[in-house]
Design a protein around this ligand. Sequence first.
Ligand code: NAP
Ligand code: MG
Length: 405
Amino acid sequence: MVSSKIKVKTPIVELDGDEMTRILWQVVKEKLLLPFLDMKLEYYDLGLKHRDDTDDQVTVDAAEAIKKFGVGVKCATITPNKDRIKEYGLKQEWRSPNGTLRAILDGTVFRAPILIKNIKPTVSCWKKPIHIARHAYGDVYRNAEIRVPGPGKGELVYTPENGEPIRLTIQDFKGAGILQGIHNTDQSITSFAQACFTYAYDNKIDLWLGIKDTISKTYDAQFRIIFQDEYQSHWEKKFQEANLDYNFTLIDDTVARIMRSEGGMLWACKNYDGDVMSDMLGSSYGSLAIMTSVLVSPQGYFEYEASHGTVQKHYYKHLKGEKTSTNSMALIFAWTGALKKRGELDNTPDVVAFAEKLEKTAVETIESGVMTGDLMRVAEPNPHNRQVYAVEFIEAIAENLQVRA
Ligand code: NAP
Ligand code: MG
């Protein structure tokens, strides 16, 4: 049967992971991908044990491989804490693999919901996915804070390498209070803008940016200025030709318009706004297991992943021999995202078509009523709905895929 398999021209970088997602990752490959595709995988085992064995070098190597080949796909991984050090006998508390990958690839994370007919967003006018881009550097996530104990002067001071300091009074405190300093860099905001325009253009959707430059006339305004420069220098013509818009508004206006929209745009958010708003979108659309996630670098590297974790609780049940109803949709869509991008870059439309068929089959399997427990809780009630175990769900998709093959 080898001859009838679809050939994927360039290797895909595979980053294996941990716990329940590692188990399902394997099943997804065996049942939904390898029977249909002739593909080479550059395999990196980011399972916690192997990260520890290699002093986390494997994570760095995987990032370098994504730079070499262009497209990677990542399973969920454990970010170690004190408990994990004991559980796995680790040499040290290794950094979050996602943090390491983002630092090397200099990327922005984009998330979007998978729309399924019998799982209605709680916001009823949302008909198309709302994609969100979260700037993952700086602001309140890299702040300096002081608990002000009593009367005194709070100041903002910048001391240049050569020259006189610039000094501003933030507040003359008459009593106790709080004080905070935050920053961002032109380089990071520019990368963010480039990644957002690239993603919106690739996905043929409008780009919306919301900030508060009426209040923050220097800090937030810098986001507006950099996005505007990037748009005018590199995208205006391309966007017009593709009939796409770049919209800039105040963040409160953006939120109001998002709530009344039918969706179908990329919403670029500052770090804190992205943190808050992506959880709002995730909960409205149904479950983290039906969200896609991709790290896009301005240099054109792509890393597709599931946005949920390793589903530890289900894994412990699995170790005790119990079957779990873990949802593999986000894992499947990480693979299809990578395959579609690979096919597009390699100019192999049959690979793109296969990935699209797999996505459609997975969605229609749920629409036919076959789904895991997390979705049973949010799906429209129907006597046909049937909760299945994790592997049964993947097998149901495989069966439907065979019918279409
Ligand atoms: P989690 O793995 O996302 O799971 C939290 C809960 O969400 C689960 O217990 C389950 O709820 C539900 N859930 C998540 N994904 C599901 C799925 N595919 N199907 C069904 N239910 C799902 O988060 P966590 O338990 O807090 O974290 C576990 C490990 O994942 C941690 O070591 C953390 O470091 C890591 N993590 C990795 C990533 C990543 O690699 N991108 C992201 C986040 C966390 P019920 O128990 O109610 O069924
Ligand atoms: Mg959050």
